[in-house]
Write a protein that binds this ligand. Structure first.
Ligand code: NDP
Length: 483
């Protein structure tokens, strides 16, 4: 076989890749050994900072096919007619663990999708849970600190976690989800995805609808118990990543049904549940699921770093006809995601192959670190201009959103209750699922100081007396202490 010559990064051929250049066979290494210097220097810079959350992930390309007509809700061309398809990329991740952590840890899973539509990228940066632990982004970094490592010991610490959760009752719904059987998916193919946030759709008539997105696994929900997960982690830290890659290589392409719940704009003012509260779902009986399409993952990346590690999703990527909502956490994520990418992989991250739209891009952004494309050549770089540069299109202006009220720091707990939906979730579980939930909770809380155990168990009891009583019994807390 004719092998191509090995070169330096500048393309000059290399004569020896086995022996560094030394003064005599036993002498010291020479500084003029450029290739040795280049190799070591590049190696030192191989890692970009890992994501502070969602560090460990697995990704694949696929297709999204429209099977249900939602064109009355949105002018986005992707949804113009049944049968339309677009290429997509998905990245699934655990949240709290670092890059080398075990895939089978109990943790929510990120469910990040990028749809390369003809009108630019649509990114859905969801999770495998329909709700979240906090409803105001001001509490996000506090929450994540409580889940990460203790500053003194460098260890994950259940006391930190339960201290935060027990003082943040809005987390109860998500805590119940996390410690249920669904808290450890059997594989990434066997879990649902949810937008969790409320987003919006708007049509050519200027009508806005609030929307929640659901991605239901067509492989069926399958989960792991703590014991099963621990055994797998003992032999394969990369179990989920390996499974997804292997399934796609075998031609077993995982699929998800894509569905939405739709709320007319004005319903938001009177609906009994705060529609922009990230800790709440919209019950299906109020807003039933509507069919949209099928998403299939069918192509593995060629290079993990280039395509999965450098994949940059941002909730603000939405073609005309799709929009955000006043959900406070979503509003903050609109800023924090691109901000993280600029810090982690550089200001030109959007031009990387995995992130780049499949439609033409015409911006007036120029320069910046590692500008690796043509930097728009000699094209005009200011606007307005009289040389025919790209211009705005008023036809795709999002309808105005009515806002009212005084600017203030409003207490997000005022008039909000945190118990009924957590209770609904407990009540829909089978007896086996309830036993798993309680066992998982008791296992995680047993070393936590008594006062925190009691404070948290009161929340479980308020959600459902049976739920709280079972946890109390498991922890040896008397019912009098919590009732
Ligand atoms: P429904 O009975 O109409 O919906 C129940 C939903 O819960 C289904 O989507 C189902 O998803 C999911 N589900 C079923 N079993 C479990 C489980 N053991 N753990 C987690 N999810 C489960 O009732 P509501 O719409 O009134 O919701 C009731 C509760 O269900 C909510 O409080 C919420 O905790 C949970 N839920 C609700 C969702 C929603 O969007 N309304 C979405 C997911 C959960 P599947 O069909 O995949 O089994």
């Amino acid at each position: 076989m004719n092998k191509c010559p090995m070169t330096t990064a500048a393309g000059t051929p290399i004569a020896d890749n086995q022996n560094s250049q030394t003064a005599g066979p036993r002498g010291p290494v020479l500084m003029q050994d450029y290739q040795l210097m280049e190799k070591m220097a590049h190696f030192n810079r191989e890692r970009v900072p890992e994501r502070v959350v969602h560090a460990k992930g697995a990704g694949a390309y696929g297709t999204f096919t429209i099977t249900g007509d939602i064109s009355r809700y949105t002018r986005a061309k992707l949804f113009a007619k049944v049968g339309k398809q677009c290429e997509m990329f998905g990245r699934f991740s655990s949240v709290a663990g670092e890059m080398g952590s075990a895939d089978t840890a109990r943790d929510p899973r990120g469910f990040a999708l990028k749809f390369y539509t003809e009108e630019g990228n649509w990114d859905m940066v969801g999770n495998n849970t329909p709700v979240f632990f906090v409803r105001d982004a001001l509490k996000f970094s506090d929450f994540i600190h409580s889940q990460k490592r203790d500053p003194a010991t460098g260890l994950r610490d259940n006391t930190m976690q339960w201290d935060f959760w027990s003082l943040s009752p809005e987390s109860l719904h998500q805590v119940t989800t996390l410690f249920s059987d669904r808290g450890i998916p059997a594989t990434l193919r066997n879990m649902n995805g949810y937008s969790s946030h409320t987003y919006s759709l708007w049509n050519d008539l200027g009508e806005r609808y609030w929307v929640k997105w659901h991605f239901k696994t067509m492989q069926g929900i399958k989960t792991l118990t703590n014991d099963e997960a621990a055994k797998i982690a003992g032999v394969d830290l990369d179990f989920h990543r390996r499974d997804l890659h292997a399934a796609i290589e075998r031609g077993e392409f995982p699929k998800w049904k894509v569905q939405i719940q739709i709320m007319p704009e004005l319903d938001a003012e009177t609906y009994r549940i705060h529609p922009f509260d990230l800790t709440k779902v919209w019950p299906h009986k109020d807003y039933p699921l509507i069919e949209v399409g099928i998403m299939e993952l069918n192509r593995n990346p060629q290079n993990y770093f280039a395509e999965v590690e450098q994949a940059a999703f941002e909730p603000g990527n939405m073609p005309p006809g799709m929009g955000a909502s006043p959900d406070k956490v979503l509003q903050a994520r609109l800023l924090s995601y691109p901000d993280a990418h600029r810090y982690r992989i550089g200001v030109n991250y959007a031009a990387l192959d995995v992130n780049k739209p499949r439609c033409p891009v015409h911006t007036y952004h120029r320069d910046g670190q590692t500008r690796f494309d043509g930097n728009s050549g000699g094209a005009v770089n200011y606007e307005p201009n009289s040389v025919g540069g790209p211009v705005e299109d008023v036809r795709i202006k999002e309808p105005p959103l009515k806002i009212s009220g005084d600017a203030d720091h409003y207490d997000h707990r005022d008039g909000n209750e945190d118990y009924s939906q957590a209770g609904d979730l407990f009540r829909l579980m089978s007896e086996d699922q309830k036993m798993q939930l309680v066992g998982n909770l008791v296992g995680a809380m047993k070393e936590v100081p008594h006062a925190i155990q009691v404070r948290q168990t009161i929340h479980f009891y308020k959600a459902d007396h049976d739920y709280g009583s079972r946890v109390a019994t498991g922890l040896g807390i008397s019912i009098d202490e919590i009732s």
